[in-house]
Design a protein around this ligand. Structure first.
Ligand code: MG
Length: 254
């Protein structure tokens, strides 16, 4: 069952989403060559708790940190550690929080220092593919219209879509129905309705789409060890334009 959220619930999810957005802003300024992913995790956890929220990934299925940090060929679920970021790396940061019983979830990929043109293109196309999907995140469309728009956009650039991990409904749990693949034929799945809240999150690889889980049982890597990028927002379906709960308020249309 896909939940339809009341305005009161969406208002609380907006508060959760804003904490996620502010944490992303904070980390964006901290990402530079020499910082470790563990330090980024500590900055995020402290800030999230200062806001009265809980880092939702910590302990989720036994995950040992507050945020996911996935560098270069790592796709998602990278564990923060003592490795230092290097000039030319790319890093995907995924942040989830729980606030007043509701969840917010968003991810972004950043360049560290000076990155290659191909890495820049991968990051940009991944973000743009999200916004292509978002054009179909409206009442009247079907779920897979979002999926198809993301896939069509990213594949035009020769990139590939991760199959094994998908977006999801979100609300009083981090992962709710429906699953939202970033690939597939249009016109399938449930019809979108106002009040649905979806975490739409393209994961795009520079090379092959296949991935594998590393021996730490968390980190997902591309099979060919080429780069991967991730972009995610928590999105409310409305009667008109979708609302991004995890985008900072100053730039949110409400
Ligand atoms: Mg997510």
């Amino acid at each position: 069952m896909i939940c339809i959220r009341s305005q009161r619930e969406i208002d609380t999810m907006f508060e959760a989403g804003q904490i996620v957005a502010k944490t992303h802003e904070l980390l964006k300024t901290a990402i530079k060559p020499g910082i470790t992913t563990k330090e980024l995790d500590q900055i995020a956890e402290l800030f999230i708790r200062e806001q009265g929220a809980i880092p939702a990934f910590k302990g989720y299925g036994g995950f040992p940190a507050s945020i996911c940090t996935s560098t270069n060929h790592e796709v998602v679920h990278g564990i923060p550690g003592s490795n230092k970021l290097l000039d030319g790396d790319i890093i995907s940061i995924d942040i989830g929080v729980q606030y007043k019983g509701y969840f917010g979830d968003a991810a972004k990929t950043h360049g560290v220092g000076q990155i290659s043109r191909n890495a820049r293109l991968l990051i940009d196309v991944t973000r743009e593919s999200f916004y292509e999907g978002l054009k179909r995140a409206k009442e009247g469309f079907r779920l897979s219209d979002i999926s198809h728009a993301i896939q069509s956009y990213a594949e035009k650039y020769g990139f590939s879509i991760v199959r094994n991990y998908v977006g999801h409904g979100i609300g009083t749990k981090m992962h709710e129905e429906p699953q939202i693949p970033n690939f597939g034929r249009p016109g399938k799945g449930p019809r979108l309705k106002a009040g649905m809240v979806l975490a739409i999150e393209p994961m795009i690889n520079a090379g092959v789409h296949e991935v594998e889980v590393m021996p730490d049982n968390w980190t997902v890597s591309t099979l060919d060890r080429q780069n991967s990028a991730h972009y995610e927002h928590t999105v409310v379906i409305t009667g008109s334009e979708p609302v991004l709960l995890t985008q900072l308020k100053s730039s949110v249309k409400r």
